[in-house]
Ligand binder design. Structure first.
Ligand code: PHE
Length: 387
């Protein structure tokens, strides 16, 4: 009797395991299942971690409020290790193995490009929280974003330099092989020249470069009034430290949204004192929905023992998830096709990062925030719309 009971218990657990699959989560069969692929390890790990926290906050709030049509939403997270090839593999797995309804991710444009290609081919809607490269949504019917594009970001950065900082000679320094970095540098160049500005030096560095000293002395010798360096935070930390050695002050630098990480401040906050960058959001941005998001986020997460200030990654992750849930609620049935249609009909969605309408190219037109690094903190300075 006893052995039989033990046997049936084992059989039941085996069956449960078989249903939940290798992810080991207690997924119930009637949950609405969404996938997320993010850089939870590797060179851009903070991008993935922060985004995941934003998504999880949105999921908690949704499920506490009753879910979608009486069903709970479950998000399956996959780590692409900050590698484009892994991004494709993970998206394929989420679709073929887990049969997800829709996908959230990635942050870096290069990885949303590769993961998005799979999702688009397999006709699964994908919402990227923060990939800004222009080509991410181009000719991809199933790919959407809740952020501005690098064409818009480059325009705003150029106008800020020209109109607010009143500088006329700029230099460019960027990662030559990266979609995001080289695309944003090119956009800034185009817009700055249109305003009448001069690009006195334009330098792309090679992949995996860690010694920037030769580049930095060349950049300095061309005497720009400002250096636009739209790279990710990990490389920016190295560049800023080596720039200090080369006698280039923090106030010379301007960046893009790729700077947004606690690790930029921890690694080179002092070296970048006074620098500006364009971003999706700042913790002290004066938008009504931001305040409630910041409060909820700080109540849930800590960093170095204190309530954690959300980065724009977290805010964008939160908004991407909420926008997807909003579309899932509006979709007449829980199918990929109906969700895709509902996503494309999104109007005046009130997010923590501003109000947005999805346009015909599946992009979001939103205000762009200019942030300044002051005493090792990100401080809101201005907001501008791309023209
Ligand atoms: N916009 C960057 C890209 O497209 C990613 C990013 C967004 C990084 C926001 C930091 C903050 O690659």
């Amino acid at each position: 009797m006893l052995t039989r009971r033990v046997f049936s218990l084992v059989a039941v657990s085996a069956a449960v395991l078989a249903v939940t699959g290798s992810t080991g989560c207690e997924k119930k069969s009637d949950d609405l299942v969404v996938g997320a692929f993010l850089s939870l390890s590797g060179s851009d790990a903070t991008f993935g971690e922060d985004t995941k926290e934003g998504i999880e906050l949105a999921v908690d709030e949704l499920n506490k409020a009753g879910g979608i049509k009486n069903k709970k939403v479950k998000v399956l997270f996959e780590d692409d290790k900050s590698l484009p090839q892994e991004a494709s593999n993970k998206v394929r797995q989420l679709i073929d193995r887990d049969n997800v309804l829709a996908i959230l991710g990635e942050v870096a444009s290069s990885r949303t490009m590769s993961g998005g290609l799979i999702a688009n081919t397999k006709k699964v809607p994908l919402v990227t929280p923060s990939s800004t490269a222009v080509e991410v949504t181009k000719d991809r019917d199933y790919v959407f974003r809740v952020c501005f594009t690098d064409d818009q970001q480059g325009d705003v950065a150029a106008r800020f330099v020209w109109e607010t900082l009143k500088k006329k000679k700029a230099g460019l320094f960027y990662a030559a092989q990266d979609n995001y970095s080289s695309g944003l540098a090119a956009s800034f160049k185009e817009h700055f020249k249109k305003l009448g500005g001069e690009i006195v030096v334009d330098k792309g560095y090679q992949k995996n470069e860690t010694n920037f000293t030769t580049y930095l002395s060349e950049l300095k010798s061309k005497e720009p009034e400002i250096l636009f360096v739209p790279v990710y935070y990990n490389e920016m930390v190295q560049i800023a430290r080596q720039a200090k050695q080369a006698g280039i002050p923090g106030t010379m630098f301007l960046g893009g949204d790729g700077w947004d990480s606690h690790e930029l401040i921890d690694g080179a906050g002092a070296e970048l004192e006074g620098a500006y960058f364009t971003n999706h959001y700042a913790p002290d941005v004066p938008w009504p929905n931001s305040a409630s998001f910041v409060a909820a986020y700080k109540a849930k997460y800590t960093y170095q023992g204190k309530p954690k200030e959300p980065t724009s990654l977290a805010a964008q992750g939160y908004d991407a998830a909420k926008l997807l849930f909003d579309a899932m609620k509006r979709a007449p049935e829980p199918t990929r096709e109906a969700i895709k249609v509902a996503l494309s009909e999104t109007k005046d969605f009130a997010g923590a990062t501003g109000s947005l309408t999805i346009d015909k190219n599946h992009n979001a037109n939103k205000p762009i925030v200019v942030v300044q690094i002051k005493e090792k903190k990100f401080r809101y300075t201005a907001q501008l719309m791309s023209q």
